[in-house]
Design a protein around this ligand. Structure first.
Ligand code: COA
Length: 189
C-alpha cells in the first residue's frame, strides 16, 4: 500500500511520524486530560510514555500496518517546527485494504480555529486517494460533540451506533457506545 509520507493543507503540513516525536506530542496533547478524554488510551503521565508510542508508530509505518502523521504549523517564523496534533490512517482490517479508518487530535491550545477540520479533511482526501480504497470510516463517541461536528463538516455521514464496542479508559472502565461515520470514493454508496 502506497501512502504519501507528507501532505499539506492551507495552514498545516503533516509528515510521517518519527521515533522521537513523542516529547512534542506529549506537550501538545498526550499529557492533557481534556484532549485525551475520548481517546482509547490513558492520558500519558510522562513524556517517556508518548515516546514509546512514537517509536512504535514509526515502526508500524515501516511494516505498512498504520500510518501516523504529526501535524505542524506551516507558518512559524523563528521556530524550526511546531507540532500541534496528529492524525492517522489505518486499514480497517489487514484482509480488507479497500477500507481505511482515520483518527486525529489537535492540541487544546489550538481548538476552535479550524485546524481539526483542515487536518481531518486532508486525511480523508489522502486516504481516499490510496489505490483501491473505496471506503473511509471514523469512530467517535457520540458525546464527543466536537469530533462529530468536524466529521459532519468534512462530509462524513453517521451510519450507526455500535453499542459497547470500545474501552476509553479516561471516560469509563466499561466499553462505550461508538458512532460510526463513513465517506466513499466518488461519493459512492
Ligand atoms: C475534535 C477536534 C479535533 C476538533 O478540533 P478543532 O480544531 O477544535 O476543530 P475546528 O476548529 O475545525 O472545529 C470545526 C467545528 O467543529 C465544531 N466544534 C469544535 N469544537 C467544538 C466544541 N467544543 N463544541 C461544539 N462544537 C465544536 C464547531 O462546529 C466547529 O465549527 P465552528 O468553530 O465554525 O463553529 C479536537 O476537539 C480534538 O482534538 N479533540 C480531542 C481528540 C479527539 O476527540 N479526537 C477525535 C477522535 S475521533
Amino acid at each position: 500500500m502506497i501512502v504519501p509520507s507528507s501532505f499539506e493543507g492551507a495552514r498545516l503540513k503533516a509528515r510521517r511520524i518519527k521515533p522521537d516525536d513523542g516529547v512534542a506530542l506529549f506537550e501538545a496533547y498526550a499529557g492533557d486530560p481534556d484532549a485525551t478524554r475520548y481517546l482509547p488510551w490513558r492520558t500519558n503521565q510522562r513524556p517517556s510514555e508518548t515516546l514509546a508510542f512514537s517509536r512504535l508508530a514509526a515502526s508500524r509505518w515501516d511494516a505498512g500496518e498504520e500510518f501516523v502523521f504529526v501535524a505542524c504549523l506551516k507558518d512559524t517564523p523563528g521556530e524550526k517546527e511546531r507540532i500541534i496534533g496528529s492524525g492517522k490512517i489505518a486499514a480497517f482490517h489487514p484482509l480488507f485494504r479497500n477500507h481505511m479508518e482515520i483518527g486525529f487530535c489537535i492540541s487544546p491550545k489550538f481548538w476552535r480555529q479550524g485546524y481539526g477540520t483542515e487536518l481531518s479533511s486532508e486525511l480523508l482526501r489522502v486516504a481516499l486517494e490510496i489505490a483501491d480504497v473505496f471506503r473511509v470510516s471514523a469512530w467517535v463517541q457520540p458525546e464527543n460533540v466536537a469530533c462529530c461536528a468536524v466529521l459532519e463538516k468534512i462530509g462524513m455521514r453517521r451510519e450507526c451506533i455500535v453499542k459497547r464496542s470500545q474501552i476509553h479508559p479516561n471516560f469509563s472502565s466499561r466499553p462505550v457506545d461508538m458512532a460510526l461515520y463513513a465517506a466513499f470514493r466518488d461519493g459512492e454508496a
